[in-house]
Ligand binder design. Structure first.
Ligand SMILES: [Zn+2]
Length: 85
């Protein structure tokens, strides 16, 4: 029977955790570039991946903030109108 080959369009299996979930805003992030408006990976997997990515970028982020702070301090001190605290 042909129709049994067609997966239920309201459910989707996450390729990362292999869970079959109902496609809605709670389980899958919205993405207008995806065919049905939702991402392929489930929200839990995407959140976890993003958490890891964000924590790996922490040293780089801290370095940029330090640099920017030093840059701004040098600028304000060069104007002579502000005293460093
Ligand atoms: Zn998943």
């Amino acid at each position: 029977m042909r129709y049994t080959d067609v997966p239920d369009p309201r459910r989707r299996t996450c390729p990362s955790c292999a869970r079959s979930l109902v496609v809605n805003e709670e389980n899958f992030h919205k993405d207008s570039l995806c065919a049905d408006g939702h991402t392929r990976k489930c929200a839990d997997c995407r959140n976890e991946a993003e958490r890891i990515r964000y924590s790996l970028a922490a040293p780089e982020r801290a370095r940029r903030i330090r640099e920017r702070r030093a840059e701004r301090r040098a600028h304000f001190e060069s104007t002579g109108r502000y005293k460093a605290a």
